[in-house]
Design a protein around this ligand. Structure first.
Ligand code: HEC
Ligand code: HEC
Length: 354
């Protein structure tokens, strides 16, 4: 009697073992590890590169995301990819005030740069998306950007000779769906890290011999008199902070208010990173300034402080217009250039895989 049960248990056990063995043949993607300067890894507010729950970052996912980022098949007429408006040579921004999307439609805001986005919480100038996965959905389907249609995108990718296997490697299934596409793109974006500037070499040991006298003076202006660091906080070059900086006399774009409908948010925009800014003109959500000198002149002389919610961090600048001397401005310009990371804009890991 009991013997029968033993045999049954042994059979069930064998089936279990066999199924485990089959499972172990499944491709396991390799977790990505980013090499970061120690002060990023250990900084309380920054910390190591992490992925959200449900989308761990892997080398296979990044490689797939990279291919998708550059693939025009994600658009309605196979002519536009993410990289049309987010170009590596411009730190994954664009050099135009507004970018050209589907059917030559112009975007209504300036294309922001994309790097160190793994440490970002809000996406778009008005912060309307809270993850890179959900962000990427919008340009793909937006009629004025890529005007893509998920069914036709998936059909094309499914019929490609490489994609199904790449999806299998990254996500364990070769049956492609839109979620996997968005996850892979987000992984690629999270892998874009940029901490290899002259400033980073200085910051590692606070070695002042790395910077020139003018650059060091510029850093002082940046931290104190210029108040820049209160929003464009180093070492990331920004904090998660929305601010009305008095860019315009009136308000033609309500920014964060469009999302929250709170009066206190009128004219507030996400603080962009100051890193790599030599590569990212024109500046601001409306691409209003062509050069960094124009930006600094604005902060020094032209902040419109007639807004009720103008950011108080800017008070030293707008209540004492022109407080930065010509020398201060030259030094500040020199310092901001030390935040440029040339290895980022030439790193083959982020280029078009063809
Ligand atoms: C036609 C040009 C265009 C295309 C194509 C495009 N973008 Fe953008 N992207 C923009 C503009 C403009 C914004 C800012 C819009 C806003 O804030 O309202 C933006 C914002 C973003 C942001 C937010 C950055 C930040 O700092 O908040 C990310 C990330 C991004 N795009 C990634 C992508 C990805 C991924 C694709 C492809 C799936 C893509 N973009 C396709 C123009 C484009
Ligand atoms: C109160 C917070 C705050 C302070 C202080 C501040 N900024 Fe900004 N900065 C912002 C915000 C927010 C934006 C985006 C505004 C917009 O587009 O409407 C911005 C935009 C910029 C841009 C454009 C970046 C891009 O990619 O378009 C540059 C450059 C810049 N600031 C430099 C500086 C400098 C230099 C200082 C110091 C003199 C400074 N900022 C002080 C919040 C601040």
């Amino acid at each position: 009697m009991y013997k029968k049960y033993y045999i049954l248990i042994i059979i069930v056990f064998c089936i279990f073992l066999f199924s485990c063995k089959e499972d172990s043949y499944k491709y396991i993607p390799k977790p990505f590890s980013a090499i970061l300067p120690i002060y990023i890894d250990t900084a309380k507010s920054i910390g190591p590169l992490t992925s959200p729950f449900g989308n761990p970052i892997t080398y296979e996912g990044i490689e797939l995301g990279r291919k998708l980022f550059y693939d025009t098949r994600l658009s309605g007429n196979n002519s536009i990819s993410c990289a049309n408006c987010h170009q590596q040579q411009f730190a994954f921004g664009d050099n135009k005030q507004f970018s050209t999307g589907f059917n030559t439609t112009l975007t209504s805001r300036n294309s922001p740069q994309v790097f160190n986005a793994a440490w970002d919480k809000d996406f778009f100038w008005d912060g309307r998306r809270k993850s890179l996965e959900s962000q990427a959905h919008d340009p793909i389907t937006s009629p004025g950007e890529m005007n893509g249609n998920w069914n036709s995108i998936i059909e094309q990718l499914q019929n490609d000779n490489r994609y199904p296997y790449m999806f299998y490697q990254a996500f364990g299934s070769g049956i492609i769906d839109s979620n996997m596409i968005l996850k892979a793109i987000a992984q690629f974006e999270r892998s874009m890290v940029s901490f290899n500037s002259k400033f980073d070499k200085y910051n590692l040991n606070k070695d002042s011999s790395v910077l020139t006298i003018s650059e060091l003076r510029g850093l002082e202006i940046y931290l104190r008199k210029g108040t820049c660091n209160s929003c464009h906080t180093l070492p990331l070059g920004r904090i998660n902070h929305f601010a009305n900086i008095g860019l315009e006399k009136g308000i033609s774009d309500s920014g964060l208010y469009n999302i929250t409908h709170l009066n206190e948010d009128i004219g507030k925009f996400k603080t962009p990173s100051i890193r790599n800014s030599s590569f990212t003109p024109p500046y601001m959500h409306n691409g209003k300034f062509k050069t960094m000198r124009e930006v600094i002149n604005f902060y020094n002389n032209d902040i419109n402080n007639n807004h009720s919610n103008i950011d108080p961090h800017l008070r030293p600048l707008f209540s004492n217009k022109g407080s930065l001397s010509n020398q201060d401005i030259e030094d500040l310009l020199a310092f901001i250039k030390t935040l440029d990371d040339y290895s980022f804009i030439t790193n083959p890991a982020y280029s078009n895989p063809r």
